[in-house]
Design a protein around this ligand. Structure first.
Ligand code: GLP
Length: 265
């Protein structure tokens, strides 16, 4: 696990965008797993600018979002589909027919949405790079504490804490869903590279438990310790309670020197 501590949210967004661009340079038809929420917004804005001004192209890209609310009417502005259109897809050259969320269409059986989503991800060759945020309770996607560490895409009931955290986005609390369909933890673990972004002091405890605590379903993101390629991008406040803070900075410094010496050869 690479723990990279950066000055602020802007630097986290910039580094996240670099990691996505590197994948695109290698593979124009990359498959990205994407997240919603406040955290990745600044990174998406950077990608929009790169696409507009710097020749970055998503023309051949496929995306799979982590999660979607269950029970919102189609086109609801609070749906994660609407969020993705508004914040990213409407502003880049992606083919929208290659963008997927675990949406349960009108009249569809929500119990079938998960297995169908898993099959679709497999049919596109799997996810090359998965972007994650983290909830204050350590959730990834909507895999709330005590989610099976081997879970697959399915319906989850949101915790009261998650409902409270996302309440701000719903004008009428009566319309806020309590259920969602989310990729499972095993689905996320199948990605080739996982990039977790966390900014703000309210994420510090979840970050500490997930990086330095035991692997436990009580902190779902702790499962990432068992993945072979994870980059954790943190701002100073999200990293503020890490016990091995000095070590992560030391590692980053050593890696920088190593790469510089390799480039000089
Ligand atoms: C949300 C989403 C997650 C997101 C997390 C953190 O509820 N389901 O995918 O990563 O919680 O959200 P935010 O970035 O807004 O803090």
């Amino acid at each position: 696990m690479d723990v990279i501590i950066l000055k602020d949210g802007d630097a986290v967004a910039a580094e996240g965008a670099v990691l996505l661009r590197q994948v695109l340079q290698r593979k124009a038809n990359a498959v990205f797993g994407l997240a919603s929420g406040r955290t990745p917004l600044a990174m998406y804005r950077r990608l929009v600018v790169d696409c507009r001004d710097a020749g970055l192209s998503f023309r051949e890209v496929t995306t799979f979002n982590l999660d979607e609310y269950l029970g919102l009417p189609p086109g609801d502005p609070q749906s994660y589909r609407a969020y993705m259109q508004r914040e990213l897809f409407d502003h880049i050259d992606i083919d929208v027919s290659n963008t997927f969320l675990p949406e349960c269409g009108a009249g569809a059986d929500p119990l079938e949405t998960g297995p169908a989503y898993e099959a679709l991800i497999r049919s596109r060759g799997g996810i090359d790079l998965q972007v994650l945020g983290i909830g204050r309770n350590g959730h990834i996607g909507f895999n709330e504490p005590t989610s099976s560490l081997r879970s697959r895409t399915r319906i989850k009931t949101l915790t009261r804490e998650t409902i409270a955290a996302n309440k701000q986005y719903f004008e009428d609390p009566a319309t806020q869903p309590q259920l969602a369909i989310t990729m499972g933890i095993a689905t996320i673990m199948d990605a080739g590279h996982i990039v977790l972004l966390a900014t703000g002091a309210d994420k510090a405890e979840a970050v500490r438990q997930s990086i330095e605590g035991p692997v436990s379903a009580m902190w779902p993101a702790s499962m990432l310790q068992l993945h072979e390629k994870v980059s954790v991008l943190l701002d100073e406040t999200a990293a503020s309670t890490l016990a091995l803070r000095d070590y992560y900075d030391w590692v980053a410094e050593q890696k920088r020197k190593l790469f510089e010496s390799l480039e000089e050869r």
